[in-house]
Design a protein around this ligand. Structure first.
Ligand code: NI
Length: 274
């Protein structure tokens, strides 16, 4: 713990609790997370925090496997497809679809799911996809103490390292919610999203396809590999975006050289849509 109790109280009082849409498991009946959410605006203009203890036990962000042959996103249209809450029952089929388009994606995994399906995670990493940390059990990190949230992410990072040999390169907090002190403490960059397909909410293949059509160069598209409707949407999404000249890359390839203490992506979700 790096905070005195007074400093911690002060920090917690100043905490901006970000409750945004984007993740489904495990969640109660859908509500509009934006009702209580504060808009999360961050980007390259924000000031990165100084390096400090991280959720990765060695204090360094993980390295992405097979980063070679990446397209130059400054010159060609790139989009980052991201899949949260796995590894799940549909992940392997999804990996096969991605391979047919030579597409790379980013998977923000849950520690408990990694324990359940280590081979799927291993396969995901070995096929050149980026692995991000999505917490141990999808609990809201903003509702935990700083030390508990750090332990949660560290436990998840260790589970990923044990399976893939590398720590996660990015963190995406469940619900996009991360308390200020934790955000400041993280040395692994935080990656949210710029397009929420709301696949977690609609569970509707056509609506997921339609939502992904909004992708623009540099978009980070939020989906979930735990829903069959998303798996069924993926062929049309890949075909559409490839037809529009997009290259499918990892989040780190979109961001460039992400810095700690910055939340990449708006983390915003459509309002009132179901
Ligand atoms: Ni999630």
């Amino acid at each position: 713990m790096r905070f005195s109790s007074t400093a911690l109280r002060t920090s917690l009082a100043a905490t901006v609790i970000l409750v945004l849409a984007g993740c489904s498991a495990p969640m109660p009946a859908p509500t509009n997370p934006e009702q209580s959410g504060q808009q999360y605006i961050a980007g390259p203009g924000a000031t990165p925090a100084a390096p400090s203890p991280t959720q990765n036990p060695d204090g360094k962000p993980g390295k992405t496997a097979k980063a070679a042959k990446a397209p130059n996103c400054a010159k060609v249209k790139c989009v980052a497809l991201t899949f949260d809450d796995g590894p799940g029952a549909y992940t392997e089929d999804l990996l096969d679809l991605l391979d047919t388009y030579q597409a790379k994606a980013t998977f923000f995994v849950i520690g408990e799911a990694v324990q359940k399906r280590p081979q799927v995670l291993k396969d995901t990493a070995s096929r050149g996809h980026e692995i991000g940390n999505h917490s141990w059990a999808h609990h809201d990190l903003a509702k935990m103490s700083l030390s508990a949230a750090e332990r949660d992410l560290a436990k998840t990072a260790s589970a990923v390292k044990q399976v893939t040999g590398a720590y996660p390169t990015l963190v995406r907090p469940p619900f996009g919610a991360i308390p200020g002190p934790l955000k400041k403490d993280l040395t692994t960059p935080i990656a949210l999203w710029s397009i929420d397909t709301q696949d977690w909410l609609t569970r509707d293949t056509k609506k997921t396809i339609k939502a992904a059509e909004a992708a623009k160069p540099g978009s980070i598209v939020l989906m979930h590999d735990i829903h069959e409707s998303t798996l069924k949407a993926l062929p049309a999404i890949l075909k559409d975006l490839k037809g529009r000249g997009f290259h499918f890359v990892t989040v780190s390839q979109i961001i460039g050289k992400p810095k700690p203490g910055i939340g990449y992506g708006t983390g915003l979700s459509p309002k009132g849509s179901k």
